[in-house]
Design a protein around this ligand. Structure first.
Ligand code: NAD
Ligand code: TDX
Length: 345
C-alpha cells in the first residue's frame, strides 16, 4: 500500500513518516517535500536505504510535478501536511502561505480526484476556529473564524477539502489539532525556541503579558490521531485532536526555565504578536468516542524528554540557527541578535 505524505521533512511530518512505517508494516511511504527553510531531509536520515521510504523534492503547488508523481505511482492514500506553518512569518508576508496552503491543497485535491485516491486526510489546526474567551472548548461545529493570515489560509484549505467531498464525493477527512511539541520542531515555535535559547544562556522572548493559553499535545499523540482518522474516520468528517493540557505561555516558560536550571531573569517581555489569539482549547471527545484514540503522553514527562532531546542534538539546532534563521530572529525580535540577549544570573 503506497501512501503519499506531504511535508514529511517538517516537524510533524517526519514524526509521522516514522510512526507510520513502524505501525503499518504494509505501508510504503512517498514523502513529497519542497525542503523549504522548515524542511530538513536529515530529520529522516535514519531511513536512508529503507526500501519502504522515498523522498521526492517538489512543490505541492506545482500542478505538473504533482500530476507526474501521481501518474507514476499508485497511491492508496494522501496524508497532507505540507504547509507554511508559522503565524509570525504569515504576519510578515502571507504570499507563500496562500500559495502552499491554499493552492497546494487545491492541486493535491485535483490529483487525488483524477487518480482515484481512497483516503485524503487534511492535517489542519485548531487555529481555524479563532480565539476562545476564558471558558469553553472548540468542537467540530464551532464556526471557522481565523485570525491570522496563517490560520485563514488553513481555513480556506479546509473549506476546499470539504467542498471536494460535498461536490465530487471524494473520501476526504480533516483533523484539527492543538499545539504540538516534541523532537524535530523548528526552533521558531515557542517550545523549541525557548529551549534552545535557554541552553545557550540567552533570554526567552515572551509576547505581551504571557497569559495567552495554548492546549499542548505531544507530536506522537498527534501522529496516532492522524493514523486513527486515516484508518477509521468517516469520510466528510472533521476530527478535533488535542492534549487536554491548557497552559498559559508564562506557566510553560516557568517549567522550561526550571528544566534548564535558570531563573526568571531569563524572561524578556517583548511586543505582543499583532492579532494574538488569547486562548485555544480543544474538545477531542468525538475522536475518542468514534476512533478509540486518546492523548497518552503526560505533559511533564513529554516536556522533559523534549528538553533532553534538544540538549542531546546541539548540531541539529546549530545547523538551523545559522543563516536565514539569524536574519529572521533579528527581524522578529527587535533587531536583538542572539549574542546580545545573553544574561548572567
Ligand atoms: P513545519 O513547518 O515543521 O513543516 C512543514 C513542511 O512542509 C516542511 O518540511 C516544508 O519543507 C514543507 N513544505 C512547505 N511548503 C511546501 C510546498 N510548497 N511543497 C511541498 N512541501 C512544502 O510544519 P509542522 O509544524 O510540522 O506542521 C505540519 C502540518 O500540521 C501543517 O499543515 C500545520 O498546519 C499542521 N499543524 C501543525 C501544528 C503544530 O503545532 N505545529 C498543530 C496543528 C496542525
Ligand atoms: O517568541 C515567541 N514568544 C511567545 O510568547 C513565540 C514564537 C511564541 N510566543 C507565544 C505565541 C503563542 O501564544 O507562544 C504561543 C505559541 O506560539 P507558536 O509556537 O508560534 O504557536 P502558535 O502560534 O500557537 O501556532 C502553533 O500551533 C498551531 C503552530 O505554529 C501552528 O502551526 C499550529 O497550527
Amino acid at each position: 500500500m503506497r501512501i503519499l505524505i506531504t511535508g514529511g521533512c517538517g516537524f510533524i511530518g517526519s514524526n509521522l513518516v516514522r510512526y507510520l512505517l513502524h505501525h503499518e508494516p504494509a505501508a510504503h511511504v512517498v514523502n513529497l517535500d519542497l525542503l523549504t527553510y522548515a524542511g530538513n531531509a536529515s530529520n529522516l536520515a535514519d531511513l536512508a536505504g529503507d526500501s519502504r521510504y522515498e523522498l521526492v523534492r517538489a512543490d505541492v503547488a506545482d500542478r505538473d510535478a504533482v500530476r507526474e508523481l501521481f501518474r507514476g505511482r499508485k497511491f492508496d492514500s494522501v496524508l497532507h501536511l505540507a504547509a507554511e506553518s508559522h503565524v509570525d512569518r504569515s504576519i510578515h508576508d502571507s504570499t507563500p502561505f496562500i500559495r502552499t496552503n491554499v493552492v497546494g491543497t487545491q492541486v493535491l485535491l485535483d490529483a487525488a480526484k483524477e487518480f482515484g485516491i481512497r483516503r485524503f486526510v487534511q492535517v489542519s489546526t485548531d487555529e481555524v476556529y479563532g480565539s476562545l474567551g476564558p471558558s469553553g472548548l472548540f468542537t467540530e461545529t464551532t464556526p471557522l473564524c481565523p485570525s491570522s493570515p496563517y490560520s485563514a489560509s488553513k481555513a480556506a484549505a479546509d473549506l476546499l477539502v470539504g467542498a471536494y467531498h460535498h461536490t465530487f464525493g471524494m473520501p476526504t477527512l480533516i483533523t484539527r489539532c492543538s499545539n504540538n511539541y516534541g523532537p524535530y520542531q523548528f526552533p521558531e515555535k515557542l517550545i523549541p525556541l525557548f529551549i534552545s535559547n535557554l541552553l545557550r544562556g540567552e533570554q526567552v522572548p515572551v509576547y505581551g503579558d504571557g497569559l495567552n493559553v495554548r492546549d499542548w499535545i505531544h507530536v506522537e499523540d498527534h501522529c496516532a490521531g492522524i493514523v486513527a482518522v486515516w484508518r477509521s474516520g468517516r469520510p466528510g468528517e472533521v476530527y478535533n485532536l488535542g492534549g487536554r493540557c491548557e497552559k498559559t505561555n508564562l506557566a510553560l516558560t516557568h517549567e522550561l526555565i526550571a528544566l534548564a536550571g535558570r531563573t526568571f531573569a531569563a524572561i524578556r517581555y517583548v511586543a505582543d504578536r499583532p492579532g494574538h489569539d488569547r486562548r485555544y482549547a480543544i474538545d477531542c471527545s468525538k475522536a475518542e468516542q468514534e476512533l478509540g484514540w486518546t492523548p497518552k503522553v503526560d505533559f511533564s514527562v513529554g516536556l522533559r524528554e523534549t528538553f533532553d532531546w534538544y540538549r542531546a542534538h546541539p548540531a541539529w539546532v546549530e545547523s538551523i540557527r545559522n543563516g536565514e534563521y539569524r536574519s529572521y530572529y533579528e527581524r522578529q525580535y527587535g533587531g536583538k541578535t542572539a549574542a546580545n540577549t545573553s544574561v548572567s544570573e
